[in-house]
Design a protein. Structure first.
Length: 202
């Protein structure tokens, strides 16, 4: 809806729950949205902050550590799906592709943003992603964000990347509203026919 009603802003889902979305299928959906929007779609991805709820909906049971392993595999599959490869093969611990056809090709090089909170997840963000999507402000206060920024910066330097290469976004809840123009103050006007008359009529 936002992509359809805008022309310049970039949009990504904040964030897709990976255990409920096969990465090869997610790659096709993301590329399609990117084409329809003229190259304005990015991917926001999370390992699954609600693993029990995901399991209740049919997702494979994963531990927090396994969910991060699956997340790293998924990023590899996403990038391969947007490449010019004719067929995709991947033999991972959590995902397997056997000659899947990639495509469509996105309109631009889609960036991947990871929703991460733990030190291990933050380090993964530095290694494989273009950006970090901080958790919702209600659960992740500004002080925690500052500590996480330090972890990302340190991991970036250790990997030979500049901290500025990893973009960051902070999730502040809010809503879009339609601004109403204030009504002009009401003024009383008097017509000439409203003037009181005195004296005797002829």
């Amino acid at each position: 809806m936002i992509l359809a009603r805008t022309e310049r802003i970039r949009v990504f889902h904040y964030v897709a729950n990976l255990p409920l979305r096969p990465p090869a299928v997610l790659a096709k959906a993301a590329a399609t949205l990117d084409l329809l929007s003229g190259g304005r779609f990015e991917v926001g991805l999370g390992g699954g902050g609600f693993l029990r709820a995901a399991k209740a909906m049919g997702a494979p049971p994963l531990t927090p550590g396994e969910s991060l392993e699956a997340l790293e595999e998924a990023v590899t599959i996403l990038r391969a799906s947007w490449s010019d490869a004719r067929a995709l093969r991947f033999d991972g611990h959590h995902y397997r592709l056997e000659g899947a056809r990639p495509g469509p090709a996105p309109a631009h090089q889609i960036g991947i943003w990871l929703g991460a909170a733990t030190p291990r997840a933050l380090a993964l963000t530095e290694r494989v992603a273009e950006g970090w999507a901080a958790p919702l402000m209600n659960y992740y206060p500004p002080a925690a964000v500052a500590e996480s920024q330090t972890v990302i910066d340190r991991a970036a330097r250790e990997a030979g990347r500049g901290p500025g290469e990893i973009r960051r976004i902070y999730n502040v809840p809010g809503a879009f509203t339609r601004r109403r123009r204030p009504r002009p103050p009401a003024t009383a006007t008097r017509r000439s026919s409203d003037r009181p008359t005195t004296g005797r009529r002829s």
